[in-house]
Design a protein around this ligand. Structure first.
Ligand code: HAM
Length: 419
């Protein structure tokens, strides 16, 4: 039988799993400080949710969705991103009924049929947030500060933040810019790649984001969206820049930043790492004030972002398992397993060798687990109803009465979350 893993998918194991847990734990800690609650949405959604929300002319919808038919012939999609699902959930569950604003975070796998390479997978993971209900630039500021707070907390420093506004659907705003851009691109048609030639009419903004060298050259003097923003969008962007200048975080305005999903309006941003090679975007997001309307609801001003957990994890240093707890070493199966059971009920991480190998081999295992203390119950200790406790850091050993061992350990072990 062929046990190959599906192309573009992978297992998260050992050291990487520890880094994923660290990234997710820190996200919970930081997001909680800003009033976020967790939300979990299904991996499968109706295909139209993404088609309508993310936009038919995007790469994600046009060529990257995992589509399947269920037994009733309904068209379903494995979620390529989280925002559309969270908006659906807010609508379906009436989550904005009690409060004018709500904040949700999520973490989990997403699926895109892209060409796999370093840092790009077909099943990848995101940590994301969505903030609903606040139209003013204060929400944008808070979102960017939280993003920066999180990245500082996980000690990711060699990164750059880029920021732009892509305006709104007001006819003197993005639509006017699109027309201007289209005529500029039509003049450069011959120098643009095949993909961009197609995009001139379907999604001209995306041409600004093309990574092909000739396209970058050809659009160097393209008009800039920032100069086309309507009064409201331009005030919003100026206000955000003014608010940001009062904080330490440094964002570079990049007028070519457009993002690959259609639901954005006004503020968009991305975070890049200098140490990732070609797939260097660790996260991105922006405002999506129109998305509720796309689904036939009244508008709800919204903003959010998602970080690529796989990419963040590549940037973190190797992490040793935290270890801690105790190893119980002995030859009396019943006694060893009883002691382990008592320790575990008392909240102490405990290991023992189910094969009861030689004492030497068990001591090696204790070292491998990185425990704080080894509890030795050899024949001599048993006869004296004692346990020899060896401290694995300084090698010191002392004898403790069997009856008092849990009490002793509760005081002696350094407690930490992962023991
Ligand atoms: P996105 O820019 O498509 O935005 O994805 C966010 C992040 O997910 C990327 O910056 C990247 O780190 C990671 N990512 C995307 N595709 C892959 C892949 N194939 N392999 C590994 N990592 C990947 C969104 O998904 C929006 N929903 C973000 C958002 C939330 N906007 C508003 N709220």
């Amino acid at each position: 039988m062929d046990l190959k893993v599906v192309k573009g998918m992978r297992d998260i194991v050992e050291d990487e799993m520890i880094r994923f847990q660290f990234l997710e734990r820190k996200a919970r800690e930081v997001f909680r400080l800003y009033g976020y609650e967790e939300i979990r949405t299904p991996l499968l959604e109706m295909t139209d949710l993404f088609k309508k929300g993310v936009g038919e002319d995007t790469d994600i919808i046009g060529k990257e969705m995992y589509l399947l038919k269920d037994r009733r012939d309904q068209s379903l999609a494995l979620r390529p991103e989280g925002t559309a699902s969270v908006v659906r959930s807010v609508i379906n569950n009436n989550l904005l009924k009690k409060n004018k604003t709500v904040k949700y975070f999520y973490m989990g796998p997403m699926f895109r049929f892209e060409r796999p390479q370093k840092g790009r997978y077909r099943q990848f993971h995101q940590i994301g947030i969505e903030f609903f209900g606040v139209p003013s630039a204060d929400a944008d500021l808070e979102t960017l500060l939280m993003l920066n707070h999180y990245l500082t907390e996980i000690e990711l420093f060699e990164i750059s933040f880029e920021l732009n506004s892509i305006g709104c659907l007001n006819e003197n705003c993005r639509p006017a810019f699109k027309e201007r851009l289209k005529s500029h691109l039509n003049e450069k048609k011959d120098r643009l790649c095949e993909n961009c030639n197609r995009r001139i009419n379907t999604n001209p903004l995306r041409v600004l984001d093309c990574k092909v060298k000739e396209c970058i050259e050809a659009t160097r003097d393209a008009p800039s969206i920032v100069e086309f923003l309507c009064g409201d969008c331009s005030r919003h962007f100026d206000e955000l820049l003014r608010l940001l200048s009062g904080h330490k975080v440094k964002f570079n305005v990049n007028p070519r930043l457009v993002r690959g999903l259609d639901y954005y309006s006004k503020t968009v941003f991305e975070v890049y790492s200098n140490n990732l090679g070609a797939q260097n975007a660790v996260g991105g997001g922006g405002r999506f004030d129109y998305l509720f309307e796309v689904y036939g609801e009244s508008p709800v001003p919204s903003i959010g972002f998602a970080l690529g957990t796989d990419r963040l994890s590549m940037l973190l240093p190797q992490r040793e398992p935290q270890g801690g707890g105790v190893f119980i070493l002995g030859q009396d199966r019943e006694l060893v397993s009883k002691l382990a059971a008592d320790c575990r009920l008392a909240g102490i991480v405990s290991h023992y060798d189910p094969f009861l190998s030689s004492m030497k081999s068990q001591m090696r295992q204790a070292n491998r687990h990185g425990v704080q203390k080894t509890l030795i119950v050899g024949e001599e200790e048993i006869s004296q109803k004692q346990v020899a406790v060896k401290d694995m850091h300084n090698g010191e050993q002392e004898n403790i009465s069997m009856d008092l061992i849990i009490q002793y350990l509760n005081q002696a072990l350094l407690k930490n979350t992962n023991q």
